[in-house]
Design a protein. Structure first.
Length: 624
């Protein structure tokens, strides 16, 4: 029996914790840093753990509860802890997305922990099918409650806290992906910033914070999280391990085709390589256009299973089916090889056999936290994936914009980690600098690391900054049923770049002319979209029927489009616009009349201004 002054954060405490966990359904030998963090939580100390993706962050929650339950069942293991914690303890855990909540709840239930995921969907389904309010059931049943920040600021949770039995059960509060408090909390999920008041509303005895993340930048982001949660320096335990997974190759490429269009030939390698790929789009609109382009180029067959979309506008049943297909085995049915998702897929989703993660940025501004979290979805099962990659596509000109930003903000406090990442010669060094990663992690002597040591940094870095440029992928296998070739030469363009010879001034539209034309193109776009057959183009957004990039290109070449054939050649790659050639041509003729009228008005105004200037000069002459 341990002494009365026994503390878990000691060699004897670590040994006892590991011995207890061996008798549970955990199924693996915990990492040394996991034991370290769990023992600090058992001592009632707040824990802040920063470890890489796929390093077992969920274990900080499950092991804590498994040890508590074992001690309560056999108080002789540690009488002091058995006398301190509630008799029926409950851990409150905040998770950012519903898929992550459901996945974590399923894993915890397999370990014998009664876990309940409470969110909008589960509450609605419980009320509809069983006439059950989950927050009422949660007061007495589960060992762990997994929820989002919105639920913990709701009236139903407040009512649960008013129940003395539930109030006394709380033995800890966890926040997974805690870095989102400063990013999502300051933008579209304000409830994250209310979590700091959660500690004041719950019991004071043995109720530690358990905070985990893989991406928390040093400095202001870290300090803001501590301030929001009321964590005082020197009164919490920090575990900080490098968040670099050296087995993942980090690549940065520029997307030449433009993110506002509907053609992405740079991504054709995804179809040719036959590697499982997870594609992240920053918006649902961009995801739809990526899906439509790749869907068209896939060979006929079961295309709807080969490529799928995952976003918040889908039915939850569709997203759940996609999650199941993602976890399949390549070469077996059912299995989904390409998934296009948004931020709803960025944290916590497990796709163990996925070697490639592709991230499409739609603006020059990026979030390094977000990119690293998404890259962490690659190669989570090292036995199934030998060469995982994280590939970031940025808009054309992003790297030059990043260089300019760094030149203009040398003495500014603005966050420039994304710009530094883009321009860095070594992407890995840029990540280490942004997160103040330790030079070397302390060795772990658990059986898992002894059998399968974690990947170490290769002697020669293989990121896109350190390796010479190479073609994206081998293209030995052609894509069946690809779009028709557009080998015809494109019509000449009116040069607009400063590096090109400028066209004569009379061949360029004025700013007023362009401002007049663009809204008319927007009206045409809606007209074309509404006229389309919704049974065949249901997945397409209106932008596909007259993209902004095409509208700008038409205005750039306006005075060169003297015939309908010239316009047809320009529209040939845009199959959703080409059927409306006649309508677009007629609209351009009407615009031409307006442009001519605007030119005449401008000439008349210029002549009137010159006449007024001459009259003023003449008046001054005669006056003198």
């Amino acid at each position: 029996m341990p002494p009365e002054n026994f503390v878990w954060s000691s060699p004897a405490g670590h040994d006892l914790c590991r011995c207890i966990l061996r008798e549970t359904a955990l199924g693996y030998d915990p990492h040394d840093y996991q034991i370290e963090g769990v023992c600090k939580s058992l001592d009632g100390v707040d824990l802040f753990a920063i470890t890489p993706t796929n390093s077992g962050k969920t274990g900080f929650y499950t092991m804590y509860m498994l040890v508590l339950k074992a001690v309560l069942q056999n108080p002789s293991l540690c009488p002091s802890t058995a006398a301190t914690v509630p008799k029926h303890p409950c851990l409150l855990l905040v998770c950012p997305t519903i898929p992550l909540q459901l996945e974590m709840a399923a894993k915890m239930n397999e370990l014998g922990l009664i876990t309940m995921a409470i969110n909008y969907h589960t509450r609605e389904e419980a009320l509809r099918s069983r006439n059950e309010e989950l927050w009422v059931t949660a007061r007495s049943t589960p060992d762990i409650i997994i929820s989002g920040p919105e639920q913990l600021t709701s009236a139903h949770f407040t009512a649960a806290l008013a129940d003395e039995k539930f109030y006394n059960r709380i033995c800890g509060m966890g926040i997974d992906e805690v870095h989102l408090m400063s990013s999502w909390g300051s933008n579209f999920r304000k409830d994250y910033q209310q979590l700091g008041f959660l500690k004041a509303r719950t019991r004071s005895g043995h109720n530690p914070w358990i905070l985990t993340t893989a991406t928390c930048k040093a400095g202001a982001p870290f300090d803001s999280i501590c301030n929001l949660l009321g964590i005082v320096s020197g009164q919490y335990h920090l575990i900080h391990r490098s968040n670099i997974r050296h087995e993942i190759q980090v690549l940065v490429r520029e997307l030449e085709s433009g993110v506002k269009g509907d053609s992405f030939p740079e991504l054709d390698w995804i179809l040719k390589s036959e590697r499982t790929t997870l594609i992240f789009a920053k918006s649902i609109n961009l995801g739809h256009r990526l899906y439509a382009y790749l869907f068209r180029k896939l060979p006929a067959g079961n295309r709807r299973q080969t490529i799928r979309m995952y976003n918040s506008l889908n039915w939850e049943s569709h997203n759940a089916e996609t999650r199941n297909l993602m976890c399949g085995v390549d070469g077996h049915s059912p299995f989904c090889r390409i998934v296009i998702g948004t931020d709803a897929l960025s944290v916590g989703i497990n796709m163990p056999q996925c070697p490639d993660v592709v991230i499409i940025q739609d603006t020059n501004d990026g979030d390094l936290d977000d990119v690293l979290q998404k890259m962490g979805r690659a190669g989570r099962n090292r036995e199934m994936v030998a060469d995982p990659r994280g590939i970031v596509y940025v808009p054309r000109g992003s790297i030059k914009a990043a260089e300019k930003l760094l030149r203009d903000n040398r003495n500014s406090s603005k966050d420039t980690h994304w710009a530094q990442f883009l321009v860095a010669d070594c992407k890995i060094n840029a990540i280490n600098s942004a997160y103040k990663n330790p030079t070397a992690d302390s060795a772990c002597w658990c059986n898992s690391c002894l059998d399968t040591p974690p990947a170490s940094r290769p002697e020669h870095c293989h990121c896109s900054g350190c390796m010479p440029a190479t073609p994206p992928e081998p293209v030995d296998a052609p894509i069946a049923q690809t779009a028709p070739s557009t080998s015809e030469s494109s019509p000449p363009t009116i040069p607009t770049s400063q590096h090109q010879v400028k066209a004569p001034k009379q061949l360029r539209l004025s700013r007023d002319m362009r401002n007049y034309a663009l809204p008319r193109f927007a009206m045409l776009r809606l007209r074309f979209w509404r006229a389309a057959d919704q049974k065949t183009v249901w997945m397409l957004a209106p932008d596909n029927f007259l993209p902004d990039r095409l509208a700008s290109e038409i205005l750039d070449r306006y005075y060169l489009l003297t015939t309908k054939d010239a316009l047809r050649l320009l529209l040939k790659p845009h199959k959703h616009v080409l059927p409306h050639l006649d309508t677009l041509w007629d609209e351009l003729q009407r615009m031409g009349l307006c442009f001519e009228h605007m030119c005449q008005e401008k000439k008349a105004a210029k002549a009137a201004k010159a006449k007024a200037k001459r009259d003023a000069a003449r008046a001054r002459y005669y006056k003198t």
